[in-house]
Design a protein around this ligand. Structure first.
Ligand code: SF4
Length: 461
């Protein structure tokens, strides 16, 4: 469902064609960021919580093999069937095997970016199993045959009028009615049918606790609970990095997660699953799919600490103005821009450059991932792997050369400050600058260096 050939600059330019929509997207996502700030400010211990979360995650990753073994053994002793999948293909084969053995025809699914990563829906559908995503946002993008544009708000790129039109076509809602409450009720009624007729339920995992062998799923809609409680089979898919050591650590993460994600003190449902319901089956599929390789990289290992709150997207000036659909990897924004290139630098190189290196993502990240530094590292990797367009590579090399030769750099600046003001505006109209409707900036009289030198000299007098 996602297109690895997307190049961020082109896709972003396309998104920006519809200026009013792009402005609306920016302000809608920024509104969530502000809600997060308000919640974080209410907790005097916020920074302490972040530091603890960082330490716990870093410690867990340093002994992940031990904690995974502890988790798997405990889950097995609870009566859960535990599977390990090396990659996406193996994950899909395992899930299909479980469903096929029980003659499942319909699966309801909730809260799983991992199944998006593995391409599970098309895999199962090709084998005759109907898959229904039950989170409202996920359902909307599923009906549009799109991928999620955000990890917490999958349909944030759509306006309510677009959803009204979609529901009218798919569910026969009233023509022209795009009232959110009305549409939510319509979607609920439609989903209820699927919950009642599904043969199996599947969820992602927010946290897997090594000490207890249980998994925790945080939702606001309650559909994950319904989806796994009604049918007899429950499958949970989790990446190997979802482990936390002990139950006592969970509170630190749940306090950070909902506040960072949507600016609310807690998610409506924080559900713990330790074993199958009476007479049912519970399976946990633990997936690697490239994570061990990231774990082995000292530069990018910290990206595995992510708790998928989406705060880095909500604050990112590039994400807000280009939307999640502009990124080639299934996870967009700053965290996706390091995870994607970690997996395949050639396919996802353009994502590493979708960043102003402002550092806002690293500042809001509840587990203190050094996102903007990782993106600079990914750029270097893209450069070395020849995954950067030739013109860009040339520009970077030229800039590098100039910076190593200060006299040349000063001279080039002087030429620019002298020539640009006398070039007729008409000659500049096809430049990269003008293409985006910007006016040529006024050239300063002095260089930044000259200005600073004069200021320092002035201070000394
Ligand atoms: S990188 Fe940090 S801010 Fe971004 S989604 Fe993950 S935990 Fe949240």
């Amino acid at each position: 469902m996602h297109d690895d050939d997307i190049k961020h600059p082109q896709a972003a330019a396309e998104f920006l064609q519809d200026r009013p929509h792009a402005r609306w997207h920016d302000s809608a996502v920024w509104w969530v960021r502000k809600k997060r700030d308000a919640q974080a400010e209410k907790l005097p211990e916020w920074e302490q919580l972040r530091a603890l979360a960082d330490q716990i995650k870093a410690h867990t990753l340093s002994r992940l093999d031990e904690y995974l073994a502890e988790f798997a053994n405990k889950a097995k002793s609870n009566g859960v069937t535990v599977h390990f999948a090396q990659d996406a293909q193996e994950h899909n084969t395992i899930v299909h095997g479980i469903l096929a053995a029980a003659h499942v025809k319909k699966l309801v699914k909730s809260k799983s970016m991992l199944t998006e990563e593995c391409g599970l829906n098309p895999y199962l559908e090709a084998r005759g199993i109907e898959v229904i995503d039950t989170d409202l946002g996920e359902r909307i993008v599923q009906l549009r045959h799109e991928r999620p544009s955000h990890i917490v708000m999958p349909a944030i790129h759509l306006k309510k009028e677009q959803i009204g039109e979609l529901f009218e076509k798919e569910m026969g809602t009233e023509h022209g009615n795009s009232d959110p409450t009305y549409l939510t009720h319509a979607a609920r009624a439609n989903l209820r049918e699927h919950f009642l007729t599904a043969d199996a339920g599947m969820t992602g995992v927010n946290f897997a606790i090594a000490e207890t062998g249980g998994v925790v799923v945080c939702t606001n809609e309650g559909n994950a609970d319904l989806g796994v409680s009604l049918p007899p089979i429950h499958i949970s898919s989790m990446g190997i990095e979802k482990i936390i050591p002990k139950m006592e650590h969970l509170g630190i993460f749940t306090r950070l997660l909902a506040r960072s994600a949507i600016g609310s003190p807690i998610t409506t449902y924080t559900s713990h699953f330790h074993q199958a319901r009476q007479g049912g089956e519970m399976h946990i599929v633990i997936v690697d799919n490239g994570r061990s390789a990231i774990l082995g990289s000292s530069e990018f290992r910290k990206s595995l600490q992510c708790i998928r709150c989406g705060a880095c997207m909500n604050t990112c000036p590039v994400y807000r103005r280009s939307s999640g659909m502009s990124y080639s990897y299934i996870i967009p924004g700053p965290i996706g821009s390091t995870l994607g290139p970690s997996r395949d630098i050639k396919k996802h190189a353009s994502m590493a450059f979708a960043c102003t290196t402002c550092g806002s993502c690293s500042n809001v990240c509840p587990v203190k991932i050094n996102l903007h530094e990782q993106l600079v590292g990914q750029r270097a990797k893209a450069f070395d792997a020849n995954a950067v367009p030739r013109l860009k590579k040339w520009a970077i090399q030229t800039a590098g050369f100039m910076m190593k030769h200060p006299a040349l750099f000063d001279f080039a600046g002087k030429v620019q400050r002298t020539i640009i003001p006398i070039v007729p505006e008409a000659l500049l109209k096809n430049s990269a600058w003008h293409k985006y409707g910007r006016a040529t900036p006024d050239m300063p009289k002095d260089s930044f260096k000259d200005i600073m030198r004069k200021r320092v000299q002035g201070d000394k007098k």
